[in-house]
Design a binder for this molecule. Structure first.
Ligand code: SF4
Ligand code: F3S
Length: 269
């Protein structure tokens, strides 16, 4: 049934680990129950809905018909394109993930790709990319697309996009990689709590050394904060409890395109 004033959302999961769903569940401001009960009308979400099988498929079709042209389609996971897309099929009809994504995006107001798999292919697209994994923007055309990368995407940024849409009826301003500028306008290195140590030339040289105990800069241990655009140093994760660099591990550039091949190793570039 139609619910006014709440943005209808259909959330689909493709080739992924459900980490972005898990992240959304840990949204703190607002909490996920407030998001679901007061801000959005979550019409379909495999891991959160009670329905399964044919009942779930009927619910999805009902949502598409009811909210045609008005729902936000959230996509989590990459799209396998090798061997005709048959690395990933879904539903009774056996449609491929690619067909599924195209069908659902056709009637969406906009498509929000969450996590590095849906945005840039992520870990499934890492070399040698056996499934031919791609991100949403390589598959969908003719619709506004918003990319919220990171592994997982920060719930603050998912909620930020939703609230911007609820309050203004428009999508936030995006950069050249279709990322909202409010979240991806700065490098990790620009706002990092260890930046004073970088500027002072104080580095961790070896895991567990005196520099590590003193929270020195992690650049020499492979931190990719200088190449990575994201706001996790400001908003952190789990209600601001911590983030990778706060926990003593360098940034692996998880929100950048091709991060697994380009950045996820323990040496400076
Ligand atoms: Fe920059 Fe990384 Fe050092 Fe922080 S820990 S100052 S992001 S190099
Ligand atoms: Fe990812 Fe780097 Fe932030 S690894 S979570 S972008 S600190």
């Amino acid at each position: 049934a139609e619910v006014m004033n709440r943005v209808p959302v259909i959330w689909i999961e493709l080739q992924d680990c459900a980490g972005n769903s898990e992240a959304l569940l840990r949204s703190e401001k607002p909490k996920v129950d407030e998001i679901i009960l007061e801000i959005i009308s979550l019409e379909f979400h495999e891991t959160l809905m009670a329905a399964a099988g044919h009942q779930a498929e009927a619910q999805m079709q009902d949502a598409i018909n009811t909210f045609k042209g008005r729902y936000l389609l959230f996509v989590e996971g990459s799209i396998p394109t090798a061997i005709g897309g048959y690395y990933g099929t879904i539903g009774a009809s056996g449609e491929t993930f690619e067909e599924h994504l195209k069908r659902l995006s056709a009637d969406a107001a906009a498509v929000v790709a969450v996590g590095s798999c849906a945005t840039f292919g992520g870990v499934p697209a890492a070399a040698p990319n056996p499934t031919g994994a791609k991100g949403v923007m390589d598959i969908v055309s003719g619709k506004p697309i918003i990319n919220i990368p990171a592994c997982p995407a920060n719930p603050a940024n998912m909620v930020g996009v939703i609230l911007h849409y609820v309050l203004t009826g428009e999508l936030p301003e995006l950069d050249s990689l279709l990322r909202p500028k409010f979240a991806f306008g700065y490098r990790i290195h620009d706002t990092c709590e260890r930046r004073v140590h970088f500027d002072a030339g104080e580095f961790v040289e070896e895991w567990g050394d005196a520099g590590a105990k003193n929270n020195f800069c992690l650049y020499k241990m492979g931190c990719k904060g200088p190449m990575t655009f994201n706001n996790c140093g400001i908003v952190r994760y789990n209600d601001g409890v911590n983030w990778p660099i706060g926990a003593g591990r360098g940034c692996i550039g998880c929100s950048e395109p091709d991060f697994w091949d380009k950045y996820a190793f323990e040496r400076p570039i």
